[in-house]
Design a protein around this ligand. Structure first.
Ligand SMILES: Cc1cc2nc3c(=O)[nH]c(=O)nc-3n(C[C@H](O)[C@H](O)[C@H](O)COP(=O)(O)O)c2cc1C
Length: 348
C-alpha cells in the first residue's frame, strides 16, 4: 500500500461544454494507431504502507491507471482543477513496453477477469471515508476498462460502497459505455455518476476545456473559494540557471501547465528571434483569443504550425500568434543564445 502525498494545486475556471460517452461500437483493431504515446511521467509513490492523507480541500480523490500517460494527463488536470488528492493504480507486473506484447497481455488479462481471476495490482487504499467523490480514470482496452483498474475496483468494492464514483477514460476511438457497466458490476454498492468523460485520440487535445466543463456538470468544485488563486508560475531551468514564467489563464496556458514537468529542446528560429518546440499533441487553442505583437519574453503558440514560440526579440503583430504566458523580468536573456537549448519547465 502506498502513501498518498497530497499536493495542493490550483483552480482554473470552467470553460465550455463537456460531452460524454461515445460509441462502443467502433471495433479496436490491434495495431491501429491509438493516441500518441507520451513520455513517462509516472507519479512516484513511495512504498510506505499508509492511508491516503488529505491535502488540498480533501473532498476528492483521483485514481487513475495509465500506460502511456494519456489518462494520467487527464487525471492531473482534474487534480489541478480541484486541488485534490491523486493516486496511480499500478499493476504488479509493469506494463509491457512493446505494443503488441501489451495487446496480447491485455487480452489474456481480460479473459482471466471474465473467469474471476484478477491480475494483481500493487496499489491499495485503506479507506475512502473523507472523499465526496472518487474519480476513477483508465484507458479503454478492447472496449473494456483497463485491467489494473478493474482489479483495484474489485478489491476495493466494499470500501467504495456508498461512495460516488466519477468515471473518466481515454481511448483511440472506442466509447466508454461498456466500462461504465463494468464499473457498476465491480462496485454494485457505489453510485456511479451518470455523466462520464471520455477523451479519444481526436479529442484529447481539448481536455483543457472538456475537463472543467465536465467537473461543473457533475458539481465538483473546490470546497473553499478562499483558497489562494492557482499558481500559474513556472520555474524554467536553462543551463545552470533558473528563471521563472507566468502562464496565462486561458485554455492553452492551462493545458501547458497540465503537462509539467516538461523537458524540451528549444530550436532556434529566425536568428534568435524565437526559441521553438512542438508539443505533442499540440496544445489546445479552443476558445483562446488569437493575435499578438510579441515582445521579448512572450510565450506563444503559432497556431498554423502548433509550435510553442518563446520570443527573444520583438516581432510584428500576427493574428496567428496566441499568447500563453511570459518569461518574468529579464529572464529571457537566459534563452537568448544561439543554437538549440534544453529547457525544463516545472510548476512552482
Ligand atoms: C492493450 C490495449 C488495448 C487497447 N484497446 C483499445 C480499444 O479497444 N479501443 C480504443 O479506442 N483504443 C484502444 N487502445 C488505445 C488506448 O485506449 C488509448 O491509447 C489510451 O488513450 C491509452 O491511455 P494511457 O496513455 O493512459 O495508457 C488500446 C491500447 C492498448 C495498449
Amino acid at each position: 500500500m502506498k502513501k498518498l502525498l497530497l499536493i495542493p494545486f490550483l483552480l482554473f475556471a470552467a470553460l465550455s461544454m463537456a460531452a460524454c460517452g461515445g460509441s462502443d461500437n467502433e471495433p479496436f483493431a490491434p495495431g491501429q494507431p491509438g493516441t500518441p504515446e507520451q513520455p513517462g511521467g509516472n507519479d512516484d509513490n513511495d512504498d510506505d504502507p499508509d492511508t491516503p492523507s488529505s491535502g488540498g480541500n480533501g473532498r476528492y480523490l483521483v485514481l487513475y491507471a495509465s500506460r502511456t500517460s494519456n489518462t494520467e494527463r487527464v487525471a492531473q488536470l482534474i487534480r489541478m482543477t480541484l486541488d485534490c488528492d491523486m493516486l496511480e493504480i499500478e499493476p504488479e507486473t509493469p506494463y509491457e513496453d512493446d505494443y503488441n506484447a501489451m495487446l496480447e497481455r491485455a487480452q489474456k488479462e481480460l479473459a482471466a477477469i471474465r473467469q474471476g481471476n484478477y491480475p494483481p495490482v500493487k496499489t491499495a487504499v485503506e479507506n475512502f471515508d473523507d472523499y465526496d467523490i472518487v474519480f476513477v480514470g483508465y484507458p479503454i482496452w478492447y472496449g473494456s476498462m483497463a485491467t489494473p483498474m478493474q482489479t483495484f475496483l474489485h478489491e476495493h468494492a466494499p470500501k467504495l460502497a456508498g461512495k460516488r464514483i466519477a468515471l473518466f477514460a481515454t481511448s483511440g476511438s472506442s466509447g466508454i459505455t461498456t466500462s461504465v457497466s463494468e464499473a457498476r458490476s465491480l462496485c454494485p454498492d457505489a453510485t456511479i455518476i451518470d455523466r462520464t468523460l471520455l477523451l479519444t485520440s481526436s479529442s484529447l487535445s481539448q481536455m483543457a476545456a472538456r475537463v472543467p466543463a465536465w467537473l461543473d456538470e457533475i458539481g465538483a468544485s473546490r470546497e473553499n473559494p478562499d483558497t489562494p488563486e492557482a499558481s500559474a508560475k513556472v520555474n524554467v531551468t536553462v543551463g545552470g540557471r533558473m528563471i521563472t514564467a507566468t502562464m496565462e489563464d486561458n485554455a492553452a496556458g492551462r493545458d501547458f501547465l497540465s503537462r509539467l514537468p516538461l523537458e524540451v529542446t528549444l530550436s532556434d528560429y529566425n536568428n534568435v528571434t524565437e526559441k521553438i518546440f512542438y508539443p505533442s499533441p499540440a496544445l489546445t487553442t479552443d476558445g483562446v483569443t488569437r493575435g499578438c505583437a510579441p515582445t521579448p519574453g512572450d510565450i506563444t503558440i503559432y497556431a498554423p504550425w502548433g509550435n510553442v514560440a518563446i520570443f527573444c526579440k520583438s516581432w510584428s503583430h500576427s493574428s496567428d500568434l496566441i499568447r500563453i504566458g511570459r518569461i518574468d523580468g529579464n529572464g529571457i536573456e537566459a534563452l537568448t543564445v544561439e543554437g538549440d537549448i534544453t529547457v525544463k519547465f516545472e510548476r512552482q
